[in-house]
Ligand binder design. Structure first.
Ligand SMILES: [Fe+2]
Ligand SMILES: [Fe+2]
Length: 224
């Protein structure tokens, strides 16, 4: 049965962050060679972290409750890893082929990634909702920062918000401000704001007031 609280607890990972990955990759493909060299390594680090969180945090917990539920992700994860490594090497200038070959491989990789993300949403996301209570799902979500260094969070957080639409930003920011220690909210707000233009930041704070005055809004006006 549909449970909105459970849905919200898994939507960040399986809908909003998947959407950000798809959007960033589409932008890199549209941007041609210069954007590939500039942005693909960061895209790759963030996709690798997403996969790592699934394999070390979410999926082992799910496997304990419902063995086999995440089995269909194993082969795609290995293939994605392999293709990412090749593309990152090219983006770093190691044996890079011509622009046409890079573009063709990127489009193939995009199809592969899209297929994987759709499958995760179709199979694993419902299994998470079926096998955990809302409280347990929130508790798992709350452990994400244990798996990422503060330096990496500082890189990943603005990236998430740059590549999300307003609905995604509001949902993820709303969950984050509830999930983190209140003392940490100003830092979180700075990280998020550093990726957004002033209008987009204000629009987000209008929807998630806990991010605003009293957290980072004053500093943000200086930063941007
Ligand atoms: Fe995955
Ligand atoms: Fe995923």
């Amino acid at each position: 049965m549909y449970n909105p609280e459970k849905f919200n607890a898994v939507a960040d990972n399986f809908i909003h962050i998947h959407g950000a990955l798809i959007r960033d990759l589409a932008g890199i493909i549209d941007g041609g060679e210069p954007l590939f060299f500039e942005s693909f390594p960061r895209f790759s680090r963030i996709l690798a972290a997403h996969t790592q969180l699934e394999e070390e945090l979410f999926f082992p917990a799910l496997e304990e409750r419902a063995p086999g539920s995440s089995a269909s992700t194993e082969a795609p994860h290995r293939e994605i890893e392999e293709h990412l490594a090749q593309l990152v090497a090219w983006a770093e200038g190691i044996d890079a082929p011509g622009a046409c070959t890079v573009q063709e491989r990127l489009v193939r990789f995009q199809r592969e990634l899209q297929g994987h993300l759709v499958e995760e949403r179709r199979v694993v996301m419902p299994a998470m909702m079926e096998n955990f209570s809302a409280e347990e799902l929130w508790a798992l979500d709350g452990r994400i920062m244990e798996f990422c260094s503060p330096e990496f969070m500082q890189e990943m957080m603005p990236w998430w918000f740059i590549h999300m639409n307003l609905g995604g930003r509001v949902a993820v920011a709303g969950n984050l401000v509830i999930g983190v220690d209140p003392d940490f909210v100003p830092v979180l707000a700075q990280w998020i704001a550093s990726g957004l233009d002033p209008d987009a930041w204000r629009e987000l704070v209008d929807h998630v007031p806990a991010l605003g005055p009293g957290s980072a809004s004053i500093e943000v006006q200086v930063v941007v």
